[in-house]
Ligand binder design. Structure first.
Ligand code: GLV
Length: 307
């Protein structure tokens, strides 16, 4: 008899067909997340779970009597309680590598959009405000040859550094728990302590995973150290930044703007003040969301076929 896999994340037909050859799948077809209560009530029927956001903790695992594998269709796995998974001996997987280049592209989109005011000026044109030549009130800031500070030098950080260095001839430094000497040598980038990086960078990118240690890593104190011309970019997880204090820093003009793909609450609250700020580019957590990469990530779900 085929084993049963619950798929709470939307996955392409091609991947569903691939899975069906080996396991029985039940898909959750709404764009809303499957209600937690329903997931808890049904999970004991399944041997595999393909998810991206569901919290995998003791509460769920204690009910998941038949569960062998949980596959996260994401590189970040802050929704996993790893200790609980170890205790229950359920295998957990995620999708590193396949999305690194795609997320790095998006990060450059955020850097360029915020510094060159692309989304803001797109609206200016579409709203019919472009009546004569533009004046200096609409000027942006250069990206090329500026200084980019990357907090968190993992695989994606490295791809961003490569683009920054080789494409935009930026000066790049990074802060990370451990030094990455080979990357420093290969790309000609430097390590900096957080304090100096915050003070000197024209663009600051946060790219750390969300853990207990990185929760609210960037708060009022850090924003105060940044240059008032600095653009702050976050494409990791919203909660790495204290969002309230970032809003305050933007209101107080302690930084020039922000490019955000992630928020503390997702989907973002329509009343979030960030959505009213012209100097903040806001995206709906689309770092890896290209047709090609999402397809590749879904195939990472094939571990469930090994059941
Ligand atoms: C997306 O945010 C991911 O972690 O893959």
């Amino acid at each position: 008899m085929k084993k049963k896999v619950l798929v709470t994340e939307q996955i392409p037909e091609s991947v569903q067909n691939y899975l069906r050859e080996q396991v029985e799948i039940k898909t959750w077809d709404s764009s809303e997340q499957m209600p937690r209560e329903q997931l808890l009530a049904e999970i004991d029927q399944y041997h595999g779970l393909i998810t991206a956001k569901d919290k995998i903790d003791d509460e769920l695992l204690n009910r998941a009597k038949n569960l062998e594998v949980v596959s996260n269709v994401a590189v970040g796995y802050d929704n996993f309680d790893v200790e609980a998974l170890k205790r229950s001996q359920v295998i957990a997987t995620h999708t590193p590598y396949v999305l690194d280049e795609t997320v790095a592209d998006l990060i450059f989109g955020l850097i360029l959009s915020s510094a060159r005011r692309i989304t803001e000026l797109d609206q200016y044109v579409k709203q019919g405000k472009w009546k004569k030549g533009i004046d200096s009130s609409l000027f942006g800031r250069n990206v090329h040859h500026k200084k980019l500070g990357i907090i968190g030098m993992g695989r994606i950080g490295e791809k961003v550094a490569r683009r920054a260095k080789l494409g935009f001839e930026m000066e790049v430094t990074y802060y990370n728990r451990s030094k990455k000497e080979q990357i420093e040598k290969d790309l000609g980038i430097g390590y900096q302590e957080m304090e100096e990086l915050l003070k000197e960078s024209d663009f600051i990118l946060v790219m750390t995973p969300l853990t207990k240690e990185t929760h609210h890593l960037i708060n009022a104190k850090e924003f105060k150290k940044m240059k008032d011309t600095c653009f702050f970019i976050n494409a990791s997880r919203g909660a790495v930044v204290n969002e309230k204090e970032m809003i305050q820093a933007l209101e107080d003009k302690e930084i020039a703007g922000a490019g955000l793909d992630v928020f503390e609450q997702e989907p973002v609250d329509p009343d979030n003040p960030l959505l009213k700020m012209n100097n903040v580019v806001t995206l709906p957590h689309i770092g890896s969301a290209t047709a090609e990469t999402r397809e590749d990530m879904k195939f990472a779900a094939k571990i469930c076929c090994k059941l």
